[in-house]
Design a protein around this ligand. Structure first.
Ligand SMILES: Cc1cc2nc3c(=O)[nH]c(=O)nc-3n(C[C@H](O)[C@H](O)[C@H](O)COP(=O)(O)O)c2cc1C
Length: 349
């Protein structure tokens, strides 16, 4: 399968298998998309990616990582994203949005700010356990809080459709709220949402089910997971496989396979393609479509992931910050076909 061959998921045809991985930009006020989002995401659509995913968009104000996160809990925010989705679609790419709630990792500071500006709301989580000593202790969520999160994800999915997105990805990775429920290291609950694997999976599956039931049957829903906490006694590949089998039953179409983020001291063996093995095992053991992500930077490396049937698509983050035209460049390096924007045809690689 060529990197620049199309992939059809449900009725949606995506022109190639290079996807823009979600990347927080911390460039919003009141959750609104700005000129930055139009140019930043638009540039990656011009650069030839098949699918352009927004950064984590918060489903509620309290679910934001920082006060400058993108949000999608009201109509004005959805409308602010419309020019972005329109522009991405005009370039022949698919606009996708990642929906997220940061849970106990909310109310943090923007990385390039020295202080925590305006990020001082009280945070919630499955249990009253802080992420690290630098974070506040969350309030343990009660049944009403849990129901609100399910409703918030659904409402945000409705607004995503209004905004013009064709794909939603549910963020269940990187130690954010859904991952906090999954992992026994962050979930110490004694009720039906904690304890056994079945109980820890309950909320993520309820969210997945309600969004999938709403989202048009012709279009896909993705889930990003952290396939392991890289920590003894934490979330791991075996539990991920059980979760993905359940997500598949609910109708989730693709698992975007990341790792880590729930334990501040985890030792992660970072290196080229270091998470590909998780995409491969999840694909092999569940038969679902997978996306590989993490230090994929070289065209041959990306192609070989597909050749070895380790994943169906690749997601690139930092390499696409370095070079938004990476897909155009990679197609040339691999001698595969990609359509250039007419405006740029005089400058082939
Ligand atoms: C600036 C930046 C912001 C990120 N924000 C998000 C995010 O909003 N949601 C998410 O799931 N991952 C986020 N990530 C992780 C990336 O999507 C990706 O999984 C990670 O960077 C590894 O891929 P890479 O080696 O190609 O950069 C972010 C990464 C970077 C560099």
């Amino acid at each position: 399968m060529n990197l620049f061959s199309e992939i059809k998921i449900r009725d949606l045809v995506i022109k190639n298998r290079v996807f823009v991985s979600p990347m927080c930009q911390y460039s919003s006020t009141d959750g609104m998309a700005s000129n930055w989002h139009l140019v930043h995401l638009g540039a990656r659509a011009v650069g030839g990616a098949g699918l352009v995913m927004s950064e984590a968009a918060a489903v509620s104000p309290e679910g934001r990582i920082t006060a400058n996160d993108l949000g999608i809990w009201n109509e004005i925010q959805a409308l602010s994203l419309k020019p972005v989705t329109q522009f991405i679609s005009e370039q022949g790419a698919v606009p996708a949005i990642q929906l997220a709630h940061a849970g106990r990792k909310a109310s943090s500071k923007v990385p390039w700010h020295a202080h925590n500006l305006n990020s001082d709301w009280s945070i919630v989580g499955p249990s009253a356990v802080a992420f690290s000593k630098d974070y506040s202790t969350p309030k343990e969520m009660n049944d009403l809080d849990i129901q609100k999160v399910i409703n918030d994800f659904l409402k945000s999915a409705e607004l995503s459709l209004l905004a013009g997105f064709q794909v939603v990805e549910l963020h269940m990775a990187h130690g954010y709220l859904m991952h906090q429920f999954l992992s026994p290291l962050s979930n110490h609950r004694k009720d039906q949402y904690g304890g056994s694997l079945e109980n820890r999976m309950r909320l993520p599956l309820q969210v997945a089910k309600s969004v999938r039931n709403f989202w048009p049957a012709k279009w896909p829903v993705f889930v990003r997971i952290s396939a392991t906490d890289w920590t003894e006694g934490g979330w791991d590949l075996q539990q991920s496989i059980v979760l993905v089998s359940e997500l598949k039953k609910v109708g989730i179409d693709l698992i975007d396979c990341s790792t880590g983020g729930n334990v501040s001291h985890a030792k992660i063996p970072v290196g080229p393609g270091y998470q590909v093995e998780f995409a491969r095992e999840i694909k092999k053991q569940t038969g679902i479509l997978t996306g590989a992500v993490g230090m994929i930077t070289d065209p041959q490396q990306a192609q070989s992931i597909l050749d070895k049937d380790e994943a169906d698509v690749v997601l690139l983050a930092r390499e696409l910050l370095r070079d938004p035209h990476w897909p155009l460049r990679a197609a040339a390096a691999l001698k595969q076909t990609i359509t250039w924007p007419s405006q740029y045809e005089r400058a082939p690689f």
